[in-house]
Design a protein around this ligand. Sequence first.
Ligand SMILES: Nc1ncnc2c1ncn2[C@@H]1O[C@H](COP(=O)(O)OP(=O)(O)OP(=O)(O)O)[C@@H](O)[C@H]1O
Ligand SMILES: O=P(O)(O)OC[C@H]1O[C@H](OP(=O)(O)OP(=O)(O)O)[C@H](O)[C@@H]1O
Ligand SMILES: [Mg+2]
Length: 281
Amino acid sequence: MTLRIAVPNKGALSQAATDILRESGYRQRTDSKELALVDHDNDVEFFYLRPRDIALYVGEGTLDVGITGRDLLLDSGAKADEVMNLGFGRSRFHFAGPAGRYSSLEDLRGLRIATSYVGVVEDYLFRHGIDATVTRLDGAVETSIQLGVADVIADVVETGSTLRAAGLATFGDVILDSQAVLITRGGDVSADFDIFRRRVEGVLVARSYVMMDYDIEESHLPEATALAPGREGPTISPLGKAGWVAVRVMVPRANSQRLMDDLYSIGARAILLTDIHACRL
Ligand SMILES: Nc1ncnc2c1ncn2[C@@H]1O[C@H](COP(=O)(O)OP(=O)(O)OP(=O)(O)O)[C@@H](O)[C@H]1O
Ligand SMILES: O=P(O)(O)OC[C@H]1O[C@H](OP(=O)(O)OP(=O)(O)O)[C@H](O)[C@@H]1O
Ligand SMILES: [Mg+2]
């Protein structure tokens, strides 16, 4: 059976989603007007849909897999499960009001809140025992306060520049931390999905890890291995120099420069970093 996958067709998640699929070896559309595309070689069909609708299609079982935002999944109330964080489209969901006017959740009682995420907001208010009026807007919610439609808003904040430009500031705790996620309908463990999942995971690992090679005196190996233990354990090979070994180990890309400094200072030499293009762990 062809695996049917939903991909954001526009907006904040669209480009990064098609990038990760392309890196995973799948055909992707070249024209943003294409609505669907069959990748015959991999027996997969992609459907380009609004990220807000993707959770519904997957939750209903119409499509097998989807890429969407955690916030959109929660807001939809769809019965789909997150199976993997994808590491892009990160945002935080916040209440915001005119800078300096509100400071805590309690201030929300009786106010009018505008948002595109009614499900998330009503659920949060209910759980915190706050009574307020929630109004759904499709976008540009920041403007609603100035226009007198709402007292506060609840919206996605990434850099915060949209809020600042509107003279607004967040208050209260972060309502939720979001990022792009891979979703399926509960319990989908088909072999086709497993292959897809491993490919995407391979790309994520390749993005966040690098391969490190170095030579070191065998007597310093325990110290070096403690600094860089690798996923399974380092590969240690003989070196054409008495008492020395060659080591190969996967390390997180973040801080890899610091790790090179530390390894050098305990005697490692010829330390090399190489990008990983793809992998299966
Ligand atoms: N700067 C950002 N602006 C908007 N959404 C972002 C941003 N950064 C990450 N996201 C995430 O992207 C998803 C929203 O996607 P998108 O912007 O395409 O939806 P939308 O706002 O409903 O659509 P549109 O803006 O095209 O009307 C959410 O999961 C959100 O958390
Ligand atoms: O914190 P920032 O980096 O400024 O990003 C957050 C803004 O981006 C999104 O708007 P979008 O561009 O999707 O427009 P919309 O409100 O019409 O959906 C979101 O709704 C905020 O307005
Ligand atoms: Mg938007």
